[in-house]
Design a protein around this ligand. Structure first.
Ligand code: PLP
Length: 376
């Protein structure tokens, strides 16, 4: 059996939706863009949505719309996909990392205040693996120090924290739609916000800095080509039509994994905080117990690969990525919890249409491999 790490769920309806656009003249900036944005707004319960060509572009436009610039500091997590920190570098501001909690892998709110300086402008929180961050605590600190809050919810569309949807906690949020995500547009992302200024600036900057009423070759500000095509949006609309079902199916896969792994003492299954009232699973990440170091974890990954099971070491800590080490001088030991977790985590194969047979295959092989590696 060959089991991929992730796999998009594309139905006949999705195919028809895409084909439907191809026979119209509106392949970009057409009606599907607006329709997609309308649907997104219903999910995030925000006033505005601006769809773009990736989650990274969405984060960049948020940071830029906020006027974050050279010399500013932005507090964020080192345990994330690299784009959540790179978007700060794009504007030559400095990411200031705060370590995570061992339970949720989200930023530890108790450690934020000591990192705030006169240069701090924002807190960029991430809903890691689909689990919302501790938003009440983060917002309380932000209010106290007059900081803006940005939500990187690229991994968490449809999740809820205390009954409120992700994407809506900060002044703006971002979702992403690469094929490994809960729903996909092929490539794509979106900015959600209640702030009219961020909305207008993002809309202009995704389209080469054109102004609202101006013509094609008139550019009000520096912009980018971050447009998403109507072809992508049509796929997104069709996928969003079954978002609730997708979230339920992924939850069922996650529950099955947790139940089947509950007796494997070397495996710590994901912990979801009771404050998360709805979990939209992006990936299913287990943690090996303390006696497994990075080498042993990597051996488990390699051996599973040989058996046709694709896994991933989500996440390698951002501060230890080569160019962060070079630019900022970070070292091992700087963020101990992040490092401890990132040396022991393994994302197992996880996708909406995963069958119990596939889950059983992963679990039985994982058990065997763990016992073998443990003996070494
Ligand atoms: C936390 C996080 N932020 C940002 C991104 C960037 O999204 P994209 O790959 O669409 O640029 C991702 C996607 O992988 C992500 O997981």
């Amino acid at each position: 059996m060959q089991i991929p790490l992730s796999k998009p769920w594309i139905t006949e309806e999705d195919v028809q939706a895409v084909e439907g656009v191809l026979i119209t003249p509106y392949l970009s900036l057409g009606p599907k863009l607006e329709e997609f944005e309308e649907k997104i707004k219903e999910i995030s319960k925000t006033k505005f949505a601006v769809a773009v060509n990736s989650g990274t572009s969405a984060l960049h436009l948020i940071v830029r719309s906020l006027g974050i610039k050279d010399g500013d500091e932005v507090i964020t997590t080192p345990f994330s996909f690299i784009a959540s920190s790179n978007c700060i570098l794009f504007e030559r501001a400095k990411p200031v990392f705060v370590d995570i909690t061992k339970a949720t892998y989200n930023v530890d709110p108790d450690l934020i205040e000591r990192k705030i300086t006169e240069k701090t402008k924002a807190i960029l929180g991430v809903d890691v693996f689909g689990q919302p961050a501790d938003w009440d605590e983060i917002l309380e600190i932000a209010n106290k120090y007059n900081l803006v809050v940005v939500e990187d919810s690229c991994e968490a569309i449809g999740s809820e924290y205390k009954g409120k949807p992700t994407g809506s906690f900060g002044v703006a949020g971002a979702f992403a739609f690469y094929p490994n995500k809960q729903i996909t547009t092929g490539e794509g992302g979106v900015i959600v916000t209640n702030d009219e200024n961020i909305y207008k600036l993002s809309e202009s900057m995704r389209n080469q800095g054109r102004g609202e009423d101006e013509t094609w070759l008139y550019h009000t500000r520096l912009g980018y080509n971050y447009r998403i095509s109507d072809i992508n949006c049509a796929l997104g609309i069709s996928q969003l039509n079954r978002l609730n079902k997708i979230i339920e199916m992924r939850d069922a896969v996650a529950k099955m994994y947790s139940q089947k792994l509950s007796e494997v003492e070397e495996v710590i299954t994901p912990y979801i905080s009771p404050e998360v009232t709805r979990m939209s699973w992006f990936v299913y990440v287990i943690k090996l117990t303390e006696d497994f170091d990075r080498n042993k974890r990597d051996m488990v990954i390699e051996e599973l690969e040989k058996r046709g099971i694709q896994t991933q070491n989500y996440f390698k800590a951002i501060h230890l990525q080569p160019f962060y080490v070079e630019q900022f001088g970070f070292e091992e030991g700087d963020f101990p919890v992040t490092e401890f977790v990132s040396e022991r985590t393994i994302a197992l194969p996880f996708f909406t249409i995963m069958t119990e047979k596939e889950i059983d295959y992963v679990v039985s092989n994982l058990k065997e491999v763990i016992y073998e590696v443990k003996k070494l």
